[in-house]
Design a binder for this molecule. Structure first.
Ligand code: FES
Length: 194
């Protein structure tokens, strides 16, 4: 990928490549093989970008999203100008969800209640949770899971009441009256058969 990016930089004068290595090897020479040691962060963006409006497209592992994306929002970048996608087992996160995450107050007050009927627990939804699967796990509710990306169907759970929002179209086939916890968030109070 680095060779491809370098060829793009050579072909386009308005393409400015900054390579960050969080863990360079002994053979990697700073200034030759990479430009910055460490992960991309707000300090780097501030020092390399001129002061003007930008659109940010961020793609990387989930930990990177969890630090960089809120930092951009805190820096004052409008949520409409931030797009991100996490890779690895995490699922694609749509832009609407970004808005929901960086403006937590908006949805926090909707205070959906998630009832896990088998476990006998009713718990207020945490708007910071990426999915119902993550939320269930954080509450100690035992739920099957596999891919965590809507593909394997392992997290299929009965939806006895309420409606969910899908972060992405599910690949796995589902039985009616069920949902995939790994790619859904609540749209209303829910009762899940878990
Ligand atoms: S864990 Fe695979 S579809 Fe949810």
């Amino acid at each position: 990928m680095k060779g491809h990016l370098e060829s793009l930089q050579q072909a386009h004068p308005n393409f400015h490549l900054q390579v960050c290595y969080s863990n360079p090897t002994e053979k990697d020479v700073e200034g030759v093989d990479y430009h910055h040691r460490g992960r991309i962060d707000l300090q780097l963006l501030r020092s390399t970008l001129k002061l003007m409006r930008y659109q940010f497209y961020v793609c990387g592992p989930r930990q990177m999203m969890e630090t960089l994306v809120p930092a951009l929002a805190e820096w004052g970048v409008a949520t409409n100008d931030i797009y991100y996608e996490s890779f690895g087992p995490a699922s694609l996160i749509k832009h609407e969800n970004l808005t929901r995450q960086v403006t937590k107050g908006e949805t926090a007050f909707q205070a959906f209640t998630i009832t896990f009927s088998k476990s006998g627990k009713s718990i207020p939804w945490d708007p910071g949770a990426d999915s119902l699967l993550e939320f269930a796990e954080s509450q100690g509710i035992e739920v099957e899971s596999g891919c965590r990306a809507g593909s394997c169907g392992s997290c299929q759970t009965g939806l006895a009441a309420g409606e969910v929002d899908y972060n992405q179209a599910p690949d796995a086939d589902m039985d009616s009256g069920h949902c995939l916890l790994c790619i859904t968030t609540p749209k209303s109070d829910l009762t899940l058969v878990a």
